[in-house]
Design a protein around this ligand. Structure first.
Ligand code: GLV
Length: 320
C-alpha cells in the first residue's frame, strides 16, 4: 500500500507527479488561499506524510489529529511554524529546505536594502502621481550604500551570502552571532560585534537569524534607540524578531531613518497596519526566496525529503 500524503497548497505539476509516483496524494487545490484549518485537521487524519508551508501551524492540535504521521516536510528553511519538540517526542521527522534558497534570499535582502536606502518605491510613486515638476538638489535624496557600514545579525548561510554582495559595494561589514566565527572573520574580512555595538556602529542593520521564542522582539525600543538617526533596518527573517510598535515609533520620530520589511509579526500584514502609513517603510509580502528557479528547487527538495522518509531512507535536510 502506498503511503498517504497531504499537500497543503497547489504545487507545480512536476513536483506532484514526483510524489504521486510513490505516494497516494491529496492536495489543497488553491494556489493563493491557504487550506482552512478545519479541512486541514480532517485531511491529516490518516496521512503518513505532510507537505506543508510556513502558513500552516503544525502544533499540538494538528499532531493529535494525525496519529500515523511520520514526516513533516516544510517547504521553507524556517520552521518556527512547527512544534519541533512535540514532533520529536512523537518520533516524527521534520525536514526543511536550507541551501537552495540562500543566494536568492540574499539577493532580495540586498535589493530591499538598496530600495529602502535610495527610496526607490517612494520615488516611483512620486513620478506616477505627477509630483515630479523639476530636478531639484535635495529631492528624494537617500543614504549612500557604497562604503557604508553593514551590520548583519546572524551569520548563517544567508548572512554569508549577503557579505559577498556587500563586498561589491565596498561596505565595512560587522556581524553579531550567538557564537563568534573567527575563521569566517578572516576568510570574509568581517568583524564581530556584540549586538549593542553593532546597532550603534552600523548604517544598515540586516536581520537574518531564525525565529525562536528566545529572539522574540530582540529588536525593541532600547535596541532601536541605539541605532543612528541615519540608519536603515532591514528584516527578511521573521517579523516577530522586531517589536513593530517600537519600530513604528522610531521611524515616526526619526530616531532611525527607514526600514525595509519583507516579514511581519502577522502575515499577511493588514493594509491598515500603522507601519504601512509611513513613507520611510518599504514593505514586501514575504518574497525572500521568491524566484521561479528557487521556489521549484525548494518544492523539489521538500518532495525529496518526504519521499525519502516514507521509503525508509534518511532525509536530505532534516531538522530533528
Ligand atoms: C521563508 O521565509 C523560509 O523560511 O524559507
Amino acid at each position: 500500500m502506498k503511503p498517504k500524503v497531504y499537500i497543503t497548497r497547489k504545487l507545480p505539476e512536476i513536483i506532484v507527479r514526483k510524489i504521486e509516483a510513490i505516494c497516494e496524494v491529496r492536495m489543497w487545490p488553491e494556489e493563493d488561499i491557504p487550506v482552512p484549518r478545519d479541512i486541514l485537521l480532517d485531511e491529516v487524519k490518516d496521512i503518513d506524510g505532510l507537505f506543508c508551508l510556513l502558513t500552516e501551524s503544525v502544533d499540538e492540535s494538528l499532531l493529535n489529529a494525525a496519529p500515523n504521521l511520520k514526516v513533516i516536510s516544510n517547504m521553507a528553511v524556517g520552521f518556527n511554524n512547527i512544534d519541533i519538540n512535540l514532533a520529536t517526542e512523537r518520533e516524527m521527522i521534520v525536514t526543511n529546505t536550507p541551501g537552495v534558497l540562500t543566494e536568492t534570499t540574499a539577493d532580495l535582502t540586498f535589493a530591499l536594502l538598496m530600495a529602502t536606502a535610495r527610496r526607490v518605491v517612494e520615488a516611483s510613486a512620486y513620478l506616477r502621481e505627477d509630483k515630479w515638476k523639476t530636478w531639484s538638489p535635495m529631492q528624494l535624496t537617500g543614504q549612500d550604500i557604497y562604503g557604508a557600514t553593514l551590520g548583519i545579525i546572524g551569520l548563517g548561510r544567508i548572512g554569508e551570502a549577503l557579505v559577498k554582495r556587500a563586498k561589491g559595494f565596498d561596505m565595512n561589514i560587522l556581524y553579531s552571532n550567538r557564537t563568534r566565527k573567527p575563521e569566517k572573520e578572516r576568510e570574509l574580512g568581517i568583524q564581530y560585534r556584540e549586538l549593542d555595538c553593532l546597532l550603534q556602529e552600523s548604517d544598515f542593520v540586516c536581520i537574518l537569524i531564525p525565529y525562536s521564542p528566545q529572539v522574540h522582539h530582540l529588536i525593541g525600543q532600547r535596541e532601536l534607540g541605539l541605532m543612528k538617526e541615519t540608519s536603515v533596518l532591514i528584516n527578511t527573517a521573521r517579523g516577530g524578531i522586531v517589536d513593530e510598535s517600537a519600530l513604528y515609533d522610531s521611524l515616526k520620530e526619526g530616531s532611525i531613518w527607514a526600514a525595509g520589511l519583507d516579514v511581519f509579526e502577522e502575515e499577511p500584514v493588514s493594509t491598515n497596519h500603522p507601519l504601512l502609513t509611513l513613507q520611510n517603510v518599504v514593505a514586501l509580502p514575504h518574497i525572500g526566496s521568491a524566484s521561479k528557479q528557487t521556489r521549484l528547487k525548494m518544492a523539489d527538495l521538500a518532495a525529496g525529503n518526504l519521499i525519502r522518509i516514507l521509503t525508509g531512507k534518511d532525509a536530505i535536510t532534516k531538522v530533528n
